[in-house]
Write a protein that binds this ligand. Structure first.
Ligand SMILES: NC(=O)c1ccc[n+]([C@@H]2O[C@H](COP(=O)([O-])OP(=O)(O)OC[C@H]3O[C@@H](n4cnc5c(N)ncnc54)[C@H](OP(=O)(O)O)[C@@H]3O)[C@@H](O)[C@H]2O)c1
Length: 269
């Protein structure tokens, strides 16, 4: 029986524990978790039935260890428990901008990276996965199976991670920001923001369901009939949005580069 450990139970770590246990993908008694601020993991343990322990105990007793701390904290967390890590253990890091190569330089375990989405709170969305050369086919099946239980797991190339994370993990925030601008524009035309938000949210949910069977281009074609009102609006978006999305990718890539440089500079004291 595999034992699963989670180091870091902030937003993402606690979501993963709750959803893996809640969906039945992992039994609560097979889960150990730790967090710098112990009260946080104690509350999670109370709510889910998992065990709250220290980083050392998580590492010692778990076969699969999810590292759910921020990118600049990964090296310190792993360095403190390196002596307990070996090729018998699988470490799955969810930290952005800490490459497999970097992880391998201070972690003698089998390694994978996962980049989940908060949409897994609704058992939807995508988790990006990349596996180290030292993982086995069984590791890959196990990890993909876990994330498929709380959304959709997609294995990708590590070089594409940052752009793909914009499309998956960050996208709920981008979609919400875009829709909020839509609502605010309606408000500037005298519509109450509460009404506009309610209508847009419901329409967004319906649109997502239509897209289960339809491409973006196909949906545009069926809604924006030639010569109609929607076509005029679609043309405005097609004129204005490319520059905005190119700027978005440029801005996030610059931010990734800053974090990568900081990660490279970190040394264990
Ligand atoms: N949030 C997302 O949507 C998302 C999506 C994909 C990937 N990620 C990745 O997930 C990671 C965590 O993000 P987050 O949003 O969950 O951040 P967060 O809410 O700040 O959680 C980080 C957690 O790590 C704990 N921690 C820090 N140092 C520790 C240590 N030495 N030992 C044990 N626990 C320690 C913190 O404890 P304290 O309670 O003491 O602060 C905190 O609870 C990041 O690397 C991020 O790139 C996040």
């Amino acid at each position: 029986m595999t034992t699963f450990g989670f180091i870091g139970t902030g937003h993402l770590g606690s979501m993963l524990v709750k959803q893996f246990v809640g969906s039945g993908a992992i039994q609560a008694e097979r889960v150990l978790a730790s967090n710098r601020t112990a009260e946080k993991v104690d509350l999670l343990a109370e709510a889910t039935g998992i065990r709250s322990v220290s980083n050392r105990v998580v590492t010692e007793l778990s076969d699969v260890i999810f590292i759910c701390v921020r990118p600049l904290e990964v090296r310190d967390v792993l360095s403190d428990v390196t002596y307990l890590l070996n090729s018998q253990k699988l470490v799955v890091s969810v930290a952005g901008d800490v490459s497999l190569e970097k992880l391998q330089s201070f972690c003698p375990a089998r390694l994978a990276r996962a980049f989940p989405s908060m949409a897994s709170l609704k058992l939807q969305g995508v988790t990006l996965l990349v596996f180290g050369d030292n993982t086995t086919a069984e590791d890959q099946r196990l990890i993909a199976g876990l994330f498929n239980a709380i959304g959709q797991a997609v294995e990708v190339e590590e070089k594409d991670f940052a752009v793909l994370a914009d499309l998956t993990s960050s996208a709920p925030g981008y979609f919400a920001a875009l829709m909020r601008e839509f609502v605010l524009a309606a408000e500037r035309r005298g519509i109450s923001p509460e009404l506009a938000e309610r209508l847009v949210k419901q329409t967004l949910l319906g649109t997502a369901l239509l897209l289960e069977e339809e491409s973006f281009a196909g949906l545009i074609e069926s809604v924006a009939t030639i010569g109609g009102i929607t076509e005029v609006g679609v043309k405005v978006i097609q004129r204005e949005a490319p520059g905005m999305f190119d700027q978005l990718f440029q801005a996030t890539e610059a931010r990734h580069e800053q974090v990568r440089k900081k990660v490279d500079l970190i040394r264990k004291v």
